[in-house]
Design a protein around this ligand. Sequence first.
Ligand code: TYD
Length: 253
Amino acid sequence: MARGKKLYEGKAKVLYQGPEPGTLIQYFKDDATAFNAEKKDVIEGKGVLNNRLSEYFMTGLNAVGVPTHFIRALNMREQLVRQAEIIPLEVIVRNYAAGTLAKRLGLEEGVALPRPIIEFCYKDDSLGDPLVAEEHIIAFGWASQQDLDDMVALALRVNDFLSGVMYGVGIRVADFKIEIGRVWDNDFQRLIVADEISPDSCRLWDIKTGEKLDKDVFRRDLGSLTEAYTEVARRLGVLPTNAPQMGKPTLVN
Ligand code: TYD
């Protein structure tokens, strides 16, 4: 499909103008970054895996009535999505203590939380995506109280779906981040899940062994990121057919 002009290049994806007004093409790169881009690398095949996994989660969400921006897959690295006005907040849902929550409150990583906890971070790389309260969000006009209520409802539905799907393949969703955008259908505005849902933006732990199957493998140098993401895709039965083969090398005689 002919891509339009490049509109935006982020850390892991590039956005192009789509073929019709109100659509975008989302291209998944192999670049990996952590700690606000202080740690960087190119992980061959990551973009292909994340494209496939995000397609899988977004398609499932659409199918159970949770609206997302996903329209259809185009190829190994690209998907057609609906253009949305992104609310400048990272919406984090946590089921188990990890990452910055564990650090901030002195909790042991892996402790089950009494209920899912939702946090908002203001999307600004130069500030390091600071945690903000609803008060800040309303006062600075990033979203209305109604938007916030809708965002919490949407985030909890995504959590139930993701946690259920991943439980089915022996993986615990410790936490994840989504981005939410506004779209207009005639005069009616509604919120949809946008951006991506992939192991780049989730913490995924094997239920039996606790093995990490997400970007912490990269953040903490725990081994091969492609192997971890491939394992998630393999368990879900969505391994891309010509993704990099990560098995042991075999001798060619
Ligand atoms: P968190 O523990 O707050 O931060 P960090 O990833 O720096 O330890 O992250 C909670 C979850 O949200 C985790 O799965 C990573 C994801 N996340 C992102 O993908 N991007 C972000 O900008 C933020 C703040 C979190």
